[in-house]
Design a protein around this ligand. Structure first.
Ligand SMILES: Nc1ncnc2c1ncn2[C@@H]1O[C@H](COP(=O)(O)OP(=O)(O)O)[C@@H](O)[C@H]1O
Ligand SMILES: CC(=O)N[C@@H](CCC(=O)OP(=O)(O)O)C(=O)O
Length: 307
């Protein structure tokens, strides 16, 4: 492929404009949670893969964490296994766990690896079992009842896990050797048990463990919306808590906000909730001052301290 002089000139102008951003993020880790529409629409898939490859080429260290809830649901449906969610978490019995591991660690993970590699990247897919990168334990979900004098109800979600510790050795090795890690949100217990973990949660914990400069969570809205449906461009922890309390933030946005808040409290520079329906959402975030979507700033931004 060769460019005309006109096209090459346009490319040169753009590259020069991008230089300050490339310099700023060179050598920095950027964790991207990939899911929602960006993962099913063919055109968006290719634009996402190109963004990740370009980030790597200019010296950033992208680490991709992926979801796959709809894909798991589809195979469970074909197998006639019912799924039930409590607070956005899939109740996971042994048969469901097998399907989750097959779909996330197999189909979805390798599809993303293949996609990135088809655009010239060198992606390596892992689950949290590889090198025991994601050590997990069983999640005990607490539910406060209406009567505050009674103890919280503990809900058993089966093989759903929470992250105990992230071992970054393998991820560091891969990123350091120019590979792009693609991580499926499966954890492993000290006893070798397999755990199904919410992908947003894994992305947040991974970003903190890798001391990432940015955590980007792609979703299917413009970002976090206020009560009248308008995008909130910036948010601090207090505003987020107020919007959760009054119900403006609910459902699938809850784990995203919570993991974004955890990540910035854990030292990640900033977390962004981005519109995965927009082409090149990831690059738009990196190459603009104002950014796109909702920014939850961390201590490194100097806007407010991590709690
Ligand atoms: N305040 C809010 N702003 C934006 N989306 C919200 C808000 N509160 C709840 N949501 C819901 O959260 C959804 C995103 O979560 P989810 O569907 O789990 O995303 P994904 O599949 O991308 O992980 C949105 O589509 C929207 O329905
Ligand atoms: C415990 C739990 O619910 N795990 C999720 C893991 C995948 C995921 O989080 O995928 P999305 O990001 O596409 O929702 C699940 O089983 O669906």
């Amino acid at each position: 492929m060769s460019l005309s002089i006109d096209a090459a000139h346009r490319v040169a102008v753009v590259l020069v404009e991008a230089l300050p951003y490339i310099r700023r993020f060179r050598g920095q880790t950027i964790v991207v949670k990939y899911g929602g529409n960006a993962m099913v629409d063919a055109q968006l898939k290719h634009s996402f893969a190109r963004d990740i490859v370009l980030m790597k080429l200019v010296g950033m260290n992208p680490v991709v964490v992926h979801g796959g809830g709809p894909q798991i649901g589809e195979l469970l449906g074909r197998l006639g296994i019912q799924s039930r969610f409590v607070d956005g978490q899939r109740v996971t019995d042994a048969a469901t766990m097998d399907v989750v591991e097959m779909v996330l660690g197999g189909l979805v993970n390798k599809d993303i690896v293949n996609l990135i590699n088809s655009h010239g990247g060198r992606a390596v897919g892992i689950t949290g079992k590889d090198a025991a990168a994601i050590r997990a334990r069983k999640l005990s979900l607490r539910h406060a009842g209406d009567d505050a004098s009674l103890p919280d109800e503990i809900i058993d979600l089966g093989h759903v896990g929470e992250v105990e510790v992230i071992d970054t050795a393998l991820l560091d090795l891969l990123s350091g050797r120019d590979f792009i890690p693609v991580v499926a949100p499966i954890g492993v217990g000290a006893d070798g048990a397999t755990y199904n973990i919410n992908a947003d949660t894994v992305a947040g914990k991974l970003a903190a463990a890798l001391k990432a400069e940015k955590l980007m969570l792609l979703t299917n809205t413009a970002g976090v919306l206020d009560g009248s449906g308008k995008l909130i461009p910036r948010m601090d922890a207090a505003t987020a808590q107020a919007l959760i309390a009054d119900g403006t933030i609910h459902g699938g946005m809850l784990p995203k906000i919570n993991c974004a808040l955890d990540a910035v409290a854990g030292g990640v520079g900033a977390a962004h909730i981005l519109d995965g329906r927009v082409e090149h959402a990831v690059l738009l975030e990196v190459f603009t001052d104002s950014g796109v979507g909702t920014l939850i700033a961390g201590a490194l931004d100097g806007i407010w301290p991590a709690s």
